[in-house]
Design a binder for this molecule. Structure first.
Ligand code: AHR
Length: 520
């Protein structure tokens, strides 16, 4: 993470936060690109209790499991239709040696997770356990290679082990109980090469990428999709240099953008926040849009036909971790809005953004799921992902929100973005729409902490016959689910949408609510 310098601006309000007449205009007759379902991707790193305790308890555990995977977590993730999962990191990837995590469990090398708290790991969750989990969930695996401290040989053999039908690595895999290759397609050539992945300069990383990608072979009909380790936030030079040097060799370049709440090392808490923090954080989350635009513009300069997509393969909120944990944080309605508003933005750029991986799937940062021994809770973010599943692989219907309240929130200043304005506007309504299988889905967020809104959805000529919906709402932005009260925030049927005589849909949205409408 880059060092953050805050502008000492004061939260101000543009436009009264009174009840507004808001319109969501949906261009049903001007469909856009297909929203790649991989935008709903997950990220699982060996960090804190994401893997051990979160996804994996081992087959001997008293916690109900299927071949070592927690049953409660498996079932919850199946409901999300997870399309792709990234592993083993993150920073951990550049210290991970895959051969330590294969073969009989009792022979696996015990290691220290030096990146994340020096935890001792027994490597009982390795390549087989991850790839079999992906099969169980029906998702694509996305493997990040160890470029920082590994070798080209190690990386090349890993791909051979996973994908080859025969040869020495395939034989080793078969010896370890897996006959068929897994056909892994998504391969990340390192992670955050500018930081924990080797502290490289972009020119040097470009050469390293050239070398590694040469030996990342296609086996057995699986064409690898090679992902270059991309920029952090406002590091536009990184994207520029990579596109210049290796744009024609990569299948995609990544971007990491976190909604970080303060100075690194002095972040704010996940639950105890006030209105200023709440609105600042949503402003920071929306700040991803100009960042995406600028990276995309640089990419287009080198790749005018826009053949190379951008993958936001790490994003989400980053609060002060719970004491004594590694990046374990609670998840409130505020996180739910960061999720819904970020997904709305990713949809807008569906022609260029082909994958996003929220950080992370369980017990780390903006998780879907929190676990404590045998207990599990689903977070407000989980429910946003659930109510947005109809948008996966649907055709984007461009939409625009008019007439909503806008707050002016202070902007942060990064060393790398001195040209950012000192404040930015935060529209309190966000929306997205898509069409699939004869149905239109419109998701709307009312992020106003106090005011309800009547939202008119104008489908521009489309005659709606039926409307159903789901709603995620809670009285306070700080509301969240705990092991003691696991259902405080949850999805409910929404009855506040009515089709008007003129064919528009009137939606009565409480303060702090997110709805998805299904329109036929
Ligand atoms: O997601 C947590 C960490 O954030 C990842 O390991 C790293 O890639 C990023 O800095």
């Amino acid at each position: 993470m880059k060092r953050i310098i805050f502008a000492a601006a004061i939260l101000a309000s543009l436009g009264a936060s009174a009840k507004q007449e808001v319109t969501v205009n949906v261009q049903v007759n001007k469909p856009g690109s297909v929203i790649n379902k991989n935008i709903y991707g997950q990220f699982s790193e060996h960090l804190g209790t994401c893997i051990y305790g979160g996804l994996w308890v081992g087959p001997e555990s008293s916690i109900p499991n299927k071949n070592g995977y927690r049953l409660d977590v498996l079932n919850a993730l199946k409901e999300l239709k997870v399309p792709v999962m990234r592993w083993p990191g993150g920073c951990y990837a550049d210290e991970y040696h895959w051969m330590d995590g294969i073969g009989p469990k009792e022979n696996r090398t015990v290691m220290v997770n030096n990146n994340w708290g020096g935890l001792v790991e027994d490597n009982s969750f390795g390549t087989h356990e991850f790839l079999n989990l992906c099969e169980e969930l029906g998702c694509e695996p996305y493997i990040s290679l160890n470029v920082g401290s590994g070798s080209v040989e190690e990386a090349a053999k890993w791909i051979e082990y996973m994908n080859a039908a025969n040869g020495p690595m395939a034989n080793l895999r078969k010896q370890n109980g897996r006959e068929e290759p897994w056909h892994v397609k998504y391969i990340g050539i390192g992670n955050e090469a500018w930081g924990c992945g080797g502290n490289m300069r972009p020119e040097y990383y470009s050469d390293i990428f050239r070398r590694y990608q040469t030996y990342c072979r296609d086996f057995n009909g699986t064409n690898l999709f090679k992902i270059a380790s991309g920029a952090s936030d406002y590091d536009y030079e990184w994207t520029d240099v990579l596109m210049e040097n290796i744009g024609s060799m990569m299948n995609a370049v990544s971007l990491h953008y976190y909604t970080v709440s303060g100075w690194v090392g002095a972040k704010k808490p996940a639950t105890g926040f006030d209105a200023d923090d709440y609105y600042w954080c949503l402003g920071k989350a929306l700040g991803i849009e100009p960042v995406i635009q600028r990276h995309l513009a640089i990419m287009s300069k080198h790749d005018p036909e826009n053949k190379v997509p951008l993958l936001v393969d790490e994003w989400g909120t980053w609060w002060e971790p719970e004491p004594g944990t590694q990046l374990y944080q609670q998840n409130t309605m505020r996180d739910a809005f960061v999720a819904s508003m970020s997904l709305d933005i990713f949809h807008k750029y569906a022609d260029r953004i082909q994958m996003c991986n929220i950080a992370q799937v369980a017990n780390v940062l903006q998780s879907m799921i929190l676990t404590d021994k045998e207990k599990m809770v689903l977070t407000p973010t989980y429910y946003v992902f659930k109510m947005y599943t109809p948008h996966m692989d649907a055709t984007l219907l461009p939409s625009q929100v008019d007439g909503c309240a806008v707050k002016l929130v202070p902007n942060e200043r990064f060393e790398a973005n001195p040209d950012e304005p000192a404040s930015r506007p935060l529209p309190l309504t966000s929306a997205t729409a898509s069409q699939k299988d004869g149905k239109i889905h419109v998701s709307i967020s009312n992020a106003d902490m106090k005011e309800a809104q009547t939202v008119t959805v104008n489908l521009n000529g489309y005659k709606a016959k039926k409307v159903n919906g789901q709603i995620l709402a809670s009285a306070k932005a700080t509301d969240h689910n705990t092991f003691e009260e696991p259902s405080k925030v949850q999805l409910k049927e929404f009855k506040g949408a009515k089709i008007a005589k003129d064919g528009t849909i009137t939606v009565e949205m409480p303060a702090l609510s997110i709805v998805t409408l299904e329109i036929e």
